[in-house]
Structure formats: structure tokens, C-alpha cells
Design a protein around this ligand. Structure first.
Ligand code: HEM
Length: 541
């Protein structure tokens, strides 16, 4: 019987078909695919497994591999069957300029919505839809809005200083170092500072993470763990996403403490959304307008909107789900990014005595009456403080890795290579910020490169700095992030100067803590490897 013969050979037939499919896929991707002429390593051009290997199995190491690939293959490298990574800074403007037709790559951004369990502004694919959402949220984070609340940021920085004083200085005499050597957990405290600022700023409801015993470590771990799933979701979306989508919140909460914390934090924000919605319905005027008020009830009349520039228009009252997504996005995006950059700045200053001494002198000369007289515009004029912040953002960008966009249907040409519509193109802050032409000795923390160089060189350096992105999809929170960086660093190095007051000591990184401990990897946001030491500081007695 023919059917018996077929059944007998079934395993062989299936194996032959699978082999044929695999071989034809490899041959097509390498030799006949529209990207076949784009240079890149063989394995990367036929499969996404090399990316999974570096991102998933080696914990976010792709960004550390990319500079080597560009050194070998040039400014345009094929890093997966459908993704090309670029290194020429000219390409960045082409992809990210205002009004760009390049849109966010759904295969990278959409899985995030599934994990976060709420759609956020960061992951909107269509630029047109994004413009509507962004128009509503931008004014809330304008420089003017931030300046109105800079006093609140200063209050939080003073609270951070008090926490440090409690650890370092004797309680009886607030100028004498304590007898026993104590370590201040700067890693978690500085992130707690950022969470407290953003929750007070956005919702007028501070989460008071600085008051928590462990500085709200579990919330910080929650955001990180969620991103730990991303390499699996990105490499095997057809399998992992549906499974993930089917898991009820209750099960996730029971199975994973970080997930429990994450879902609880979303519930806290959601409760605030409902409360504000009720207040608006009852006509209750808030003591201070929050992001919820601006999103639910834009403070602009229809007539005024007609006068507004393009991009700010289309403001409209948004659904509760949308408001929730934006508020959740703002908290999650604003904590780790700013916290880890500030930590890096503190470590580098403490590790360079000359910089530490000049910085604290610069601050004390400018503000002889103390921290209370500091203002953001005055701080921004200080050259060394500004150089320190720019170097910290260069070496520790909050989103260091590839953030892919899709080439529009008309196609695009980069450095002589024409890429068809639908190709995924990406660039990484890590690669740009370590370009040795723009930044000689790129791994060295050198704030003076932002002070001593001439205007042309500074412009060239700035062209490579993409820590906040550019164009309409750039970071909406950058004014607030800069305010936090300026104010917290100024407060710390003013209060704990290199030339310490009598009885006090200088700050130092915890003994044994080295720069390598602050190495970052990319899980969308930049993180330290899971087993990395946490940054602690001591006061020398
Ligand atoms: C040093 C600190 C920060 C860095 C380096 C940073 C970096 C970035 C970058 C590169 C993007 C664009 C991502 C993409 O292209 O997909 C972005 C988006 C975003 N950031 Fe930040 N960020 C920082 C702080 C903050 C803060 C404090 C907030 C809180 C308000 C915030 C909220 C957001 C939001 C909501 C988006 C999405 C914007 C949109 O899609 O329109 N970020 N950030």
C-alpha cells in the first residue's frame, strides 16, 4: 500500500522538508534577500539568534559588540535578516528629524505593551497617532513647567542630603563623622530620589521611596525584571507573547514578586486616574494641576488651540486607559534613566580628586550662602558641573542600545546602500557616544572636553550625543531629567565638598568598588548586570 510506505517514511520526509526549508531560507536570506549586499557577519544575516545570544543569554551585551562590527564592516552593518545598524551621525538626523516618515519598529516596541500590560506613549508605532498623544503631554514637561517646580526638586535633593548626613554624621554633632564606618546605599537612594521627584511632579502624590527602608528597591527591581523578558519576547514572539498574554495578573503576581510590585504600582496610578476623573466630574479645583488634569482636561480652549503651532495642536481629552499608560510610562522611564546617570556622575567625580575639588569649589564660590540659593538657570551656567553632567550622559545614556525604526515605503539610502521600505534601521547611543573621532579616549570621563574645546569641535561632539533621542519621538522628560541632574549633583557636592568642613570627611566610593562595577548592559533601558555590585559611598573619617 502506498499509504503504508508513506507512513513508514514519514520521519524521513518531515526531516527532508525541514532541512529543505532551513537551507532555502539561509540561501535566500544570504544571497537573494534585498539586504544581501549589505555587509555583516554571515550568521547575523541569516538569523536573529546572534542577537538573542548577546541580548538574552549574555544579558544585554549587543551594544558592546556593535562597535567591533562597525570597525570591521563599516558604517552600515546587517545585524539580522531584516535589521541594519548604522553608525554615521548624519544618518541619525535623517531617521529622526521632525516630520520623519520612519516609524517605530513594531517588532521591537509592541511586545513591551504586552509585558507592561498597558499601552504607553513610547510604543506607539504610527507617528501621526503619536503626535496627538505627545501634543497633550509635552506642555506638562516644558522648560517653563519644570522651572515652576524646581523648588520641589531642590526639596527632594535636600532630603537626600539629610539621608546622607544621617548615615555619615554623628547625630549629636552634625559636623562630626560617625565613629563607625558606614556605607550609604547610593545605588538605590538616587533612584528613589528620581521616583519621588517624578511622582510628586506628575501626580502631586509622592511615593516617598526615599523614606522606605530599602529605598523602594522592589519597585526598581520590578522595572528591571520586566525588561529581562524582552530578549525572549523579541526573538520568539510567536511563542512567548501569546503565552504571556494568557497569564492572568493574579497568577503573575503570585509567581513573581517583581511582577506583583509592578502590577501594584500600575494599580496605584490607576486609582489616582479614577480619583481625578471624579474630581473633574464634580468640578473640584485641584491645589495643583497634575499630569492627569492636563491629559483629561487640557487647559487650552478651542480658540487658543487654533493659534498654537503645528505639533501642539490636536490636544484632546484622553481616555482613562491612555492617561494611565502615559502616567505609567513617565514614572518607569524617568526613574532608572536619571538615577543611573546621576550615580555615574557621582562615582566619576569621587574617583577624580582634581575634578571633585574644582567642582565643589565652583559650587561654593557661586552659592556662598548654601544650597537654598541655588536655581536651575544659575546652575546651568557652571562650566564644570555642566561638563560633568554631559560626560555622565555620554558614558551612561539611559537608553544606550538600538531603538529600531522602519524605512518608509519609498526606501532610503545610507552611505551608498539603498535599503527597501520595511527594513528595520537602528542606531545606538552607546556607539555614537564612544566614537573615538568625536571623543578621543572615549572611555575616559573627561568633563574638560566640554569646556576647553573650540566651537567647531563642541558642535561635532554634540552631533554624536543622542542620549535623549531627537525629533518628535525624543525624550519628553528631558527638561525634568536635566533639572534633577543639576540640582542633585550640585546639592551633594556643595554639601560634601572636597575641602571638607572641620570634623567632616570627604566622600569616597565604597572600598573595592571599581568603574567596571558600573558597566551597563542594554535591556531597552541601560542596567548593570544582574550580579553587579551596587554603588555605595563612604565618608573618610
Ligand atoms: C537621563 C535621563 C533620561 C534619558 C537618557 C532618557 C532618554 C530617552 C530616550 C532616548 C527616549 C526615546 C526612546 C525611543 O526612541 O524609543 C525617551 C523617551 C521617553 N522618555 Fe526619557 N529619558 C530620560 C529621562 C526621562 C524622564 C525624567 C522622564 C519623565 C518624564 C522620561 C520620560 C520619557 C517618555 C514618556 C518617553 C516617550 C516619549 C515619546 O515616545 O513621545 N524620560 N527617553
Amino acid at each position: 500500500m502506498i499509504s503504508d510506505v508513506l507512513v513508514g517514511h514519514l520521519p524521513f520526509l518531515i526531516s527532508a522538508l525541514v532541512l529543505f526549508w532551513v537551507l532555502s531560507t539561509i540561501i535566500y536570506r544570504r544571497y537573494f534577500h534585498p539586504l544581501s549586499k549589505v555587509p555583516g557577519p554571515f550568521l547575523w544575516s541569516i538569523s536573529t539568534l546572534p542577537i538573542f545570544y548577546h541580548q538574552g543569554l549574555r544579558e544585554g551585551q549587543l551594544m558592546h559588540v556593535l562597535p567591533g562590527l562597525h570597525a570591521k564592516y563599516g558604517p552600515v552593518v546587517r545585524i539580522s535578516p531584516n535589521e541594519v545598524h548604522l553608525s554615521d551621525p548624519e544618518a541619525y538626523d535623517k531617521i529622526h528629524n521632525v516630520g520623519t516618515k520612519f516609524y517605530k519598529d513594531p517588532s521591537f516596541y509592541s511586545p513591551l505593551d504586552g509585558v507592561l500590560r498597558t499601552p504607553i506613549i513610547l510604543t506607539i508605532i504610527s507617528n501621526d497617532q503619536h503626535r496627538v498623544r505627545r501634543g497633550a503631554i509635552t506642555p506638562f514637561f516644558s522648560r517653563r513647567s519644570v522651572l515652576e517646580l524646581e523648588g520641589m526638586v531642590l526639596d527632594k535633593a535636600k532630603k537626600l542630603i539629610r539621608l546622607m548626613e544621617d548615615v555619615f554624621l554623628s547625630t549629636n554633632n552634625q559636623t562630626e563623622p560617625k565613629k563607625e564606618a558606614a556605607v550609604f546605599d547610593m545605588h538605590h537612594a538616587i533612584r528613589a530620589f528620581s521616583v519621588d521627584v517624578i511622582t510628586e511632579y506628575a501626580y502631586a502624590r509622592c511615593w516617598n521611596q526615599m523614606d522606605a527602608k530599602d529605598y523602594g528597591k522592589d519597585y526598581q527591581d520590578a522595572i528591571r525584571s520586566i525588561q529581562g523578558f524582552m530578549p525572549y519576547l523579541l526573538s520568539f514572539p510567536a511563542i512567548v507573547l501569546p503565552i504571556f498574554g494568557l497569564l492572568p495578573d493574579g497568577l503573575l503576581k503570585a509567581a513573581s514578586p517583581p511582577f506583583r510590585r509592578w502590577i501594584e504600582s500600575v494599580e496605584v496610578v490607576n486609582a489616582a486616574v479614577i480619583e481625578v476623573r471624579n474630581q473633574i466630574a464634580q468640578g473640584i479645583k485641584p491645589a495643583r494641576r497634575t499630569i492627569f488634569h492636563d491629559l483629561m482636561e487640557p487647559p487650552v480652549s478651542v480658540e487658543d488651540e487654533k493659534m498654537m503651532p503645528e505639533g501642539m495642536k490636536h490636544r484632546q481629552s484622553l481616555s482613562d486607559e491612555t492617561v494611565l499608560g502615559d502616567a505609567v510610562n513617565v514614572t518607569g522611564a524617568g526613574a532608572e534613566t536619571t538615577g543611573s546617570t546621576t550615580a555615574r556622575a557621582i562615582f566619576e567625580v569621587l574617583s577624580n580628586p582634581g575634578i571633585y575639588q574644582r567642582l565643589s569649589q565652583e559650587l561654593r564660590d557661586e552659592f556662598p550662602d548654601g544650597i537654598d540659593s541655588m536655581t536651575l538657570p544659575a546652575l546651568e551656567k557652571l562650566p564644570l558641573l555642566t561638563g560633568v553632567i554631559k560626560e555622565a550622559l555620554r558614558l551612561n545614556p539611559g537608553l544606550p542600545g538600538h531603538l529600531p525604526r522602519v524605512v518608509p515605503p519609498s526606501g532610503a539610502t545610507f552611505n551608498g546602500y539603498t535599503l527597501p521600505g520595511g527594513t528595520s534601521v537602528s542606531m545606538s547611543a552607546w556607539v555614537q557616544h564612544h566614537n573615538p573621532e568625536a571623543f578621543p579616549n572615549p572611555t575616559v570621563f573627561d568633563p574638560y572636553r566640554w569646556i576647553n574645546n573650540d566651537v567647531d569641535k563642541l558642535r561635532f561632539q554634540d552631533k554624536h550625543m543622542i542620549h535623549f533621542g531627537r525629533g518628535t519621538r525624543n525624550c519628553v522628560g528631558q527638561n525634568l531629567a536635566m533639572c534633577e541632574l543639576y540640582v542633585s549633583l550640585a546639592a551633594i557636592f556643595h554639601r560634601f565638598g572636597y575641602d571638607a568642613a572641620p570634623g567632616e570627611g570627604r566622600l569616597e566610593a565604597e572600598p573595592g568598588f571599581v568603574r567596571e562595577d558600573l558597566r551597563i548592559v542594554e535591556l531597552i533601558l541601560g542596567y548593570h548586570p544582574v550580579n553587579a555590585r551596587k554603588f555605595g559611598i563612604i565618608m573618610r573619617r
